[in-house]
Design a protein around this ligand. Structure first.
Ligand SMILES: Cc1cc2nc3c(=O)[nH]c(=O)nc-3n(C[C@H](O)[C@H](O)[C@H](O)COP(=O)(O)OP(=O)(O)OC[C@H]3O[C@@H](n4cnc5c(N)ncnc54)[C@H](O)[C@@H]3O)c2cc1C
Ligand code: SF4
Length: 334
């Protein structure tokens, strides 16, 4: 690990000012904020992240989980993943989020990990985490070792010729199905970004992962009021039952009435370069019968643009089955 300057932010403004000294908020940032540290410190030890300055933001009052006046929920950037997962409102109204969080990492990690840190966790692509290998995401223009290398865990949707890394988060897949909005305090003031616009596709600039700019501090995530009569569910498929990232996962929010699907939101995890909202699958479902034939049609539509690499073609069928299974489970509980 390289030497770095360490300080604690006492106010949000100070955190913003300090973070604004960085030339980028993306890979290569000179200033990084410290929340739970479960991603940042790992990457600093590997010298994948080499900030000159680390600012601990744990003293800021950003841990609240509260109802909004419009019947939704605001989750503070520093709310711990375990506190969110076990919050009674989350368990009752946003079950998909609780299930997604509890499927991730371990209890110890979830006690440290925060909402914002989870939003910004980095890919688990082995070449990104090993500085001995070429990686366009870590060092732009050096090449991608995963294309033609070990890519079994990597993405099949949203890939480019420069990067096929997966966004590994479970939380972010649930947030995508719930149509969460991210609240940001930046050097130029506050702004709100819907999660669908927050993550960038890799294209030719995989080192740019989000719309964040230097000085941006995530302050909270807001969830809209749950759609009346809807149910939600998270299903994660992985190599072992615990402490493992998704090979494929599905978050759904669905409302079924008299056998017809009135409302459907579908997001896929473990297969996309960003948490993957499947508008195509939603179109097939919404207004149609909640039956096995339509579930399979939705799965075909959701994966029609998949581009597998040399080792991960199995994910195409796996993700389809994951979606069909999640939909089947959700109507059984409805
Ligand atoms: C062994 C292991 C297994 C794991 N398994 C899973 C899994 O199965 N599923 C899963 O989803 N995740 C998994 N994770 C990842 C884990 O969820 C993340 O490490 C965690 O959520 C990151 O949160 P943090 O608060 O510790 O982030 P930090 O490490 O503190 O920060 C991460 C990044 O976010 C930035 N940041 C933090 N807060 C803010 C803010 N408010 N504004 C702007 N920038 C901010 C930091 O500067 C840093 O760049 C695993 C991690 C480990 C180590
Ligand atoms: S897939 Fe992306 S993160 Fe992995 S080696 Fe290629 S460029 Fe790097």
């Amino acid at each position: 690990m390289d030497a770095f300057k360490f300080s604690k932010a006492t106010t949000l403004d100070r955190a913003v000012q300090a973070a604004a000294k960085s030339s980028t908020a993306q890979q290569g940032a000179e200033v990084r904020l410290l929340a739970g540290g479960t991603t940042l410190i790992d990457l600093m030890k590997l010298t994948v992240e080499r900030p000159r300055e680390v600012i601990d933001i744990n003293g800021l009052p950003l841990g609240r989980i509260e109802a909004t006046p419009s019947g939704g929920l605001v989750i503070g950037a520093l709310a711990r993943n375990s506190d969110v997962a076990h919050h009674p409102t989350v368990q009752r109204d946003y079950a998909v989020l609780s299930q997604a969080l509890l499927s991730g990492a371990s209890p110890q990690l979830r006690n440290m990990a925060t909402t914002a840190g989870n939003l910004l966790q980095r890919t688990r692509c082995v070449y990104f985490r090993d500085t001995a290998h070429a990686c366009n995401k870590r060092e732009p223009g050096t090449g991608c070792s995963a294309i033609g290398g070990h890519n079994r865990m990597l993405a099949i949707l949203g890939t480019s010729k420069d990067c096929i890394a997966t966004n590994p988060s479970d939380q972010n897949v649930a947030f995508t199905a719930l149509e969460a909005t991210i609240q940001i305090q930046g050097a130029k003031g506050q702004r709100s970004v819907p999660i669908h616009d927050f993550y960038l596709l890799p294209g030719s600039t995989p080192h740019r992962e989000t719309v964040l700019e230097p000085g941006d501090v995530i302050t909270s995530v807001t969830l809209p009021a749950p759609a009346a009569g809807s149910r939600s569910l998270y299903l994660k498929l992985r190599d072992r039952a615990a402490y493992e990232f998704a090979l494929a996962s599905v978050a759904i929010v669905i409302k079924v009435s008299s056998g017809k699907i009135q409302y459907a939101r579908v997001a896929l995890g473990g297969v996309g370069t960003r948490p993957w909202r499947s508008i195509e699958a939603e179109r097939v479902l919404q207004g149609h019968d909640a039956d096995a034939a339509n579930f399979r049609k939705a799965a075909e539509a959701g994966l029609k643009d998949a581009h597998p690499a040399s080792e991960n073609a199995f994910k195409v069928e796996l993700a389809k089955r994951c979606l069909v299974r999640a939909l089947t489970m959700s109507i059984k509980t409805a």
